[in-house]
Write a protein that binds this ligand. Structure first.
Ligand code: SF4
Ligand code: FES
Length: 160
C-alpha cells in the first residue's frame, strides 16, 4: 500500500508471518470477492472472520485481497513480497459498475474540500447512487435504494 496512513475509519488488523491484512468495515459492501478467492481464509460467519493461518501462502492472500473492489481489504508485506501499489495499473482508471459504484483501480489520492489528502489508495469504490452514508465511498446502500444505471457486470480480471 502507499505510504500515507489513509485510514479515516476503524480498521481491524490480522497478521501472519510476513504479512498484515487490514480490513475497514465501513468500506466493505459484502461483495464476497475475497470469500470466493479464499473461502478457508475469509469466513464471514466465523470470528474472527479473517483466518490467515489457513492461507496456503502470502502470495495467495495478496491475490485475494487484490480482488476486493472497494479497498476495504488491504495488505502490507514484510516478507519482501510485491507491495500492492506496484501491481496497480498506471495510469489509474475508473469504470462504473452496473447498478452500483464507480470502481477505481490504481494509486489515487482522495482529497477533501480544502485539498488535503484524505486517503491514498490502490482500490476504491465511489458512490454514484447518492444513498451512501459514507460518501464519497460506496457503502452498499445502492442495493436497498434500487439504484439503476448502466455499467459493467461482474468484475473483469484486469480489475483485480
Ligand atoms: S472483497 Fe472487499 S468488499 Fe467484498 S466482502 Fe471482501 S472485504 Fe468486503
Ligand atoms: S453506489 Fe453504492 S452506496 Fe451509492
Amino acid at each position: 500500500m502507499a505510504d500515507e496512513p489513509a485510514f479515516s475509519h476503524p480498521t481491524r488488523t490480522y497478521e501472519r508471518d510476513g504479512m498484515r491484512v487490514l480490513w475497514e468495515p465501513r468500506l466493505c459492501i459484502h461483495s464476497g470477492r475475497c470469500v470466493q478467492a479464499l473461502p478457508d481464509v475469509f469466513k464471514p460467519k466465523d470470528k474472527p472472520w479473517v483466518q490467515l493461518e489457513n492461507a496456503p501462502s502470502n502470495d495467495a492472500v495478496a491475490d485475494a485481497v487484490h480482488r476486493c473492489p472497494t479497498g476495504a481489504l488491504r495488505y502490507e508485506r514484510t516478507d519482501g513480497g510485491e507491495p500492492e501499489a506496484e501491481r496497480m495499473p498506471e495510469p489509474p482508471f475508473a469504470v462504473p459498475y452496473k447498478d452500483g459504484p464507480l470502481l477505481v483501480r490504481g494509486v489515487v489520492e482522495v482529497r477533501g474540500p480544502d485539498g488535503e489528502i484524505q486517503r491514498r489508495v490502490e482500490r476504491v469504490a465511489f458512490c454514484r447512487c447518492g444513498a451512501s452514508e459514507n460518501k464519497p465511498y460506496c457503502d452498499g446502500s445502492h442495493r436497498k435504494a434500487g439504484f439503476k444505471a448502466d455499467g459493467i457486470t461482474g468484475v473483469p480480471k484486469d480489475l483485480g
